[in-house]
Design a binder for this molecule. Sequence first.
Ligand SMILES: [Zn+2]
Length: 328
Amino acid sequence: MPQLSRRAFAGALPLGLIGGSLLGPGLLGGSPARAATQVAAKAPVAVNPFAQIRIGRFTVTALTDGYADMPYDYFPGRSAPEVERAATAQFTARPSGVRFLFNQYLIEDGERRILIDAGAAGSIGQTGQLPQALAALGLQPEQIDAVIVTHMHQDHMGGLVLGGKNNYPGADLYIDRRDVAHWTDPAKRNGSPDYLQTSFRMAEEVVRLYPRLQAIDGEREIMRGVSIVDLTGHTPGHIGVRVEDGGKSMIMVSDMIFPVVHPAATDVFFLFEQDRAAAKAMRDRFYPLAASEGALIAATHMPFPGLGRIVADRGEMRWQVADWALQD
Ligand SMILES: [Zn+2]
């Protein structure tokens, strides 16, 4: 991907835009204002942990579990300096890596509450905020009727278990059968690298603590307007969830797309992907389809609340953030 250097970029801008001087001395240059800014920078910033849209009769709420910065060498297919350069150009570079969000989605129709994914729950980075996000909505985990886990990586199922107990005791749990088989297979576990062992351990715990686990075989409806989409590749049983009603739709695609490296390329991966050919095939198939349909997408690791579209822009695929509010 051709990228302008910082110098070339700055050279193309009017002088007043460089170095923050657009804001003028009254805002940043004066000493009382600067002191106030520095004090404010140290105070914690209030974060609204959820965002809502309507899809027909459904309310869909994005809930944050937090974030983690993924090291630049976690993206096979590109060198660490290449990933860092791309992240810097997109302003998502952090000292220790690419900023990943952890977005979960709650679907409500006034009768049932279905949660898509349960978060990393502190097993990665600065995560574990999902219970507080639910509480901000006035909900306790016991009030969730069903949880769909898009795949059995630790950052999607970690929150299912809290203190060795089932954290969603009122919920049916839906996971693709291929993932349940893979992540509970001792032979697969023994042949896997260290960084996947947490997911194998969690999978065993989840299966033991959730007798209401329903293994999913292929695409099916969970309730009217909420259906499973087969997105095998990132893991064997990686699935998405389509929410559709009243002529509107949204598809939650989980780890189909990662920030910085996708969707412009499909030959770059995330470290946790064990079958890279399958992961590439999944993205080669999905990105053009999503672009041609203009599908509204919700994605786990894209900037909160993770809503956008894949668009083909002069021959290159890119992520176009969608308005979360005021869309109608
Ligand atoms: Zn993930």
